[in-house]
Design a protein around this ligand. Sequence first.
Ligand SMILES: NC(=O)c1ccc[n+]([C@@H]2O[C@H](COP(=O)([O-])OP(=O)(O)OC[C@H]3O[C@@H](n4cnc5c(N)ncnc54)[C@H](OP(=O)(O)O)[C@@H]3O)[C@@H](O)[C@H]2O)c1
Length: 395
Amino acid sequence: MALRTAFRKTALRKSALYSLSNFQYRNDFNNLNYQENNFEIPNNVKDFDIKFHEMTIGGQTEKIYKHMDYPLESCQELLAEMTISIIGYGPQGRGQALNLKDNGFDVIVGLRPEGHSWELAKQDGWLPGKNLFDIDEASQESSIIQYLLSDAGQIECWPIIEKNLQPNDTLYFSHGFGLVYNDQTKIIPPKNVDVVLVAPKGPGIKLREKFLNKERINCSFAIEQDYTGHARENTLALGFGIGGNNLFETTFKNEVYSDLTGERCVLMGLIQGAFKAQYDVLREQGHSPSEAFNETVEEALISLYPMVNERGMDWMFENCSTTAQRGALDWSRKFYDVLKPEIENCYQSVVSGQETKVVIEANTNKNYRHQLQQELNEINDQEIWKVGKFLRQLR
Ligand SMILES: NC(=O)c1ccc[n+]([C@@H]2O[C@H](COP(=O)([O-])OP(=O)(O)OC[C@H]3O[C@@H](n4cnc5c(N)ncnc54)[C@H](OP(=O)(O)O)[C@@H]3O)[C@@H](O)[C@H]2O)c1
């Protein structure tokens, strides 16, 4: 490990020469004002050219970085002299650590030795004293710290990370929670480090599964502090190293506001509420459990949502019966009117810090695990999901 320490912090390189060049093309995409540009920013760091595509839609321009523009060898070479510590081995820590290691990066893992994750990491082949350490040692011995403890765990362990951050280090998050709500979390990084984010748009389990299938997952990324002048290229190399596909640039704030709203609404909270409400109405009106489930969940997940994924909502509507189309179009407007104010309330609750306050209070309550398990058991006991379990076995 002494050797590692000797080689750490090699981040000081010459500044990048930023200039926009290359071609630009315009495309009228379904009559929308859609435009895609392709720029290259030549960079004198080890042949690591920063390329991005620019999309202007609805009056807003977004930058998209595509993995095919960033060969793995360039990413490896860029970070060759840096040790990356993955602090935490939940779904994200595990997925990102294994993908980076398999992609040839110098990775160590930092965990509490008495925890469940330590055993899991050992089972995955990480060796104590070689590439598996406690959180203090791992963060000391790395120049890139990927801080992937649970959001509550990040608050507790921050004093350890803070004392081990050296000038020019990179502090990496996969969620804006800790930093954006630092009035609550007290996670305030020093000014002389890079602070970046790469947030896979899917669970860590999928990130790993897709990697093993030679597939990738879209991610958002953000640069909060660029002390070294190299935060961008390092973040891109990390994003593609963990198995990122297209990387969409955002800010810590936008990432956390949209993520917290999404999971409370359409991704999880709203969908559980909507499925259960429809199932209960059908059951109360005398429909059988299988009929209520099939018309609510089975058909949605197996038939219709995949169509939306493949070709879009308009295509799904176009390819349903005229009866379904007419009714769904009319009712979609009523649901929009009912749901939009609630989603707005949720967004404001996220922005105000109320949502994170609830999360932090819950996770610091000693009885929380027990209470959470009770709530999860309640969902498990709901008739809709019992029927689902049974019908899945018949598939
Ligand atoms: N879940 C996802 O797929 C996903 C997707 C995008 C972004 N993210 C973000 O990625 C980060 C990690 O999330 P995650 O879901 O992978 O992890 P998680 O399940 O929230 O956290 C699990 C890890 O945190 C450790 N931990 C928790 N409290 C600790 C403490 N007080 N001291 C030391 N270790 C502690 C656990 O270790 P022990 O086993 O020792 O308890 C375990 O390794 C979060 O910022 C999350 O918001 C997650």
